[in-house]
Design a protein around this ligand. Structure first.
Ligand SMILES: *[C@@H]1O[C@H](CO)[C@@H](O)[C@H](O)[C@H]1NC(C)=O
Ligand SMILES: *[C@@H]1O[C@H](CO)[C@@H](O)[C@H](O)[C@H]1NC(C)=O
Ligand SMILES: *[C@@H]1O[C@H](CO)[C@@H](O)[C@H](O)[C@H]1NC(C)=O
Ligand SMILES: *[C@@H]1O[C@H](CO)[C@@H](O)[C@H](O)[C@H]1NC(C)=O
Ligand SMILES: *[C@@H]1O[C@H](CO)[C@@H](O)[C@H](O)[C@H]1NC(C)=O
Ligand SMILES: *[C@@H]1O[C@H](CO)[C@@H](O)[C@H](O)[C@H]1NC(C)=O
Ligand SMILES: *[C@@H]1O[C@H](CO)[C@@H](O)[C@H](O)[C@H]1NC(C)=O
Ligand SMILES: *[C@@H]1O[C@H](CO)[C@@H](O)[C@H](O)[C@H]1NC(C)=O
Ligand SMILES: *[C@@H]1O[C@H](CO)[C@@H](O)[C@H](O)[C@H]1NC(C)=O
Ligand SMILES: *[C@@H]1O[C@H](CO)[C@@H](O)[C@H](O)[C@H]1NC(C)=O
Ligand SMILES: *[C@@H]1O[C@H](CO)[C@@H](O)[C@H](O)[C@H]1NC(C)=O
Ligand SMILES: *[C@@H]1O[C@H](CO)[C@@H](O)[C@H](O)[C@H]1NC(C)=O
Length: 418
């Protein structure tokens, strides 16, 4: 029990740490180079956060650590790809821990073929109370890092790679293998997560700034969070629009901007727990964090917190807004919450969130499917309109019918008198 709640705390901290990595760049960036003779073949600049689950005498524990400043390249294991070995970058840190990236090329593109994480359970400072000892090696061969030859792969957004009971989250990454020179190529290949910030209308620099065109209704995205056993534990389907007021650099005044979240460019992360769950959506320099809370006494849940971090190009300073005492999207355990009608969730005076065609379930998900939905009042009102109109029409028809019947009876009577 104690360690599961500890795990939850760590899991809920992970998005914060990731957000911190992506937005504030608060973790150390390390520079790693693999050389052969005096030419460099692999170079990487990156920050990495490691999240490892291990067994203790009693149960399981989690540890989260970032790649320290002292990380260095293990020249003996690393290779530039001679003698039939693939190019391999092996970084070592602490007491017998290592992170390896192995590369391959097909002539026009290069890619990371596998990521190897090696951790030493005997290191009690990192793994207190571990029941195992010695070195554990986990490998992931679906890394998804690739770029054309002679270009630098660049990805500022956090990217998480899972391997065994561990996860590695890279951020602020610049990397190249099969390098033509001794430094990273100036030509960059930007990862999908970083491409085109937002659908924000381009800000014009002319003095008579025309009113920005509204972005229209946002596209509906499906966002899910999986737990450590790989099952979906939080599911959300919604279109999101940010309404942010900030001081514009180009216009030197406070502007209000509507920005749609583009699901295609959004990286989803988050965590699930018994009483809190979080959903973190990252779109380049924008991170939106939802916190859901469950009252275990009443088995009811609600959206209790929204946090936005944004660093858009025209902002004089990065925008940060947070409210942890919200009470939106109320539903109960075993049900999802649905609101097809547009809803405005006020977070702080300078930031509100408009939701469209929303359905969300942060707790008690089974088989990756939404449970029966609790529908919002707005939807119920919307449904009442056709009912009222229908009832009014039916009433009208009835009145006309009665009037007709009475009229017919009267005229019949009239004919008979003639
Ligand atoms: C915000 O973006 C600007 C320009 O891209 C960058 O110079 C600055 O460091 C960023 N600030 C933070 C806190 O990430
Ligand atoms: C690189 O190696 C070449 C020959 O192996 C040598 O002549 C040259 O001085 C070296 N350059 C540096 C910067 O060490
Ligand atoms: C097992 O867990 C209990 C309570 O969580 C703790 O008091 C005890 O010391 C643990 N035993 C070992 C061997 O770690
Ligand atoms: C693992 O850690 C222990 C304790 O810090 C250390 O004695 C041992 O040498 C480490 N193993 C490796 C392979 O470095
Ligand atoms: C990962 O890459 C390394 C270096 O290329 C290689 O030795 C190892 O066998 C690879 N592991 C897997 C599972 O492919
Ligand atoms: C190399 O790999 C890339 C990406 O997988 C692919 O698009 C490209 O067609 C491949 N090129 C060759 C020559 O096989
Ligand atoms: C550690 O604990 C797990 C689960 O309790 C058990 O399966 C495993 O055999 C233990 N390992 C050692 C080295 O005691
Ligand atoms: C990469 O650059 C090197 C040196 O500039 C050049 O010889 C090579 O043909 C280039 N490769 C590709 C695929 O463009
Ligand atoms: C955006 O917020 C402002 C107040 O902060 C409000 O006046 C405006 O109507 C909102 N726009 C939309 C489309 O929600
Ligand atoms: C921005 O506006 C303030 C007053 O609104 C003024 O004092 C300041 O000089 C302006 N800055 C620029 C760069 O125009
Ligand atoms: C997202 O991707 C889908 C399919 O790839 C495409 O139809 C849609 O237009 C894209 N939406 C945006 C906003 O880019
Ligand atoms: C749960 O709900 C009950 C009844 O509304 C309330 O008294 C209690 O304070 C709530 N607990 C939490 C942790 O919010």
């Amino acid at each position: 029990m104690g360690s599961t709640s500890k795990m939850k705390v760590l899991e809920s901290l992970a998005p914060l740490l990731i957000a911190c990595l992506g937005i504030l760049g608060c973790t150390q960036a390390v520079t790693l180079e693999v050389k052969e003779g005096n030419s460099t073949c692999i170079k990487a600049e990156l920050s990495a956060l490691l999240f490892i689950t291990y067994t203790t005498f009693n149960s399981t524990s989690n540890v989260s650590t970032s790649l320290p400043d002292s990380t260095s390249v293990d020249a003996a294991s690393s290779s530039c790809g001679a003698a039939g070995r693939p190019p391999w970058l092996v970084a070592v840190f602490g007491s017998g821990h290592a992170l390896g990236l192995s590369f391959a090329t097909n002539g026009s593109f290069y890619s990371v073929t596998n990521l190897t994480l090696q951790y030493n359970l005997s290191d009690t400072s990192l793994f207190p109370q571990s029941n195992g000892s010695g070195v554990v090696t986990v490998v992931s061969s679906s890394v998804g890092i690739w770029a054309p030859i002679n270009t630098t792969y660049r990805c500022a957004s956090p990217t998480t790679i899972r391997a065994g009971g561990a996860a590695v989250t890279f951020s602020a990454m610049r990397l190249e293998a099969y390098m033509p020179g001794n430094d990273l190529s100036p030509a960059e290949s930007v990862c999908t997560a970083d491409q085109t910030t937002t659908t924000a209308p381009p800000t014009t620099t002319t003095t008579a700034a025309p009113a920005p065109t509204p972005p229209g209704t946002p596209e509906t995205g499906v966002f899910s969070v999986t737990n450590s056993s790989g099952t979906v534990c939080l599911l959300a389907k919604m279109g999101l629009q940010l309404n942010v007021s900030y001081v514009s650099q180009s216009q030197n005044k406070t502007v209000q901007e509507l920005v749609n979240v583009n699901p295609n460019l959004t990286v989803t992360s988050g965590s699930c727990g018994g009483t809190t769950a979080s959903l973190v959506l990252t779109q380049q320099t924008t991170t939106l964090n939802f916190t859901f809370s469950m009252n275990s006494t009443t088995s009811k849940y609600h959206l209790s917190g929204i946090n936005l971090l944004a660093n858009w190009s025209d902002m004089t300073a990065p925008f940060s807004a947070s409210n942890t005492s919200l009470d939106y999207l109320r539903s109960m355990l075993g049900r999802s919450y649905m609101c097809n009608t547009e809803q405005t969730l006020l977070v702080v005076p300078a930031f509100s969130l408009n939701t469209f065609r929303l359905q969300v379930q942060p707790f008690g998900l089974t088989a990756s499917q939404f449970a029966a939905a609790e529908e919002c009042q707005l939807d119920q009102d919307q449904m009442l309109i056709p009912i009222i109109v229908g009832a009014a029409l039916a009433g009208l028809v009835l009145i006309i019918l009665i009037a007709y019947l009475i009229g017919r009876k009267r005229s019949h009577a009239g004919y008979q008198t003639i």
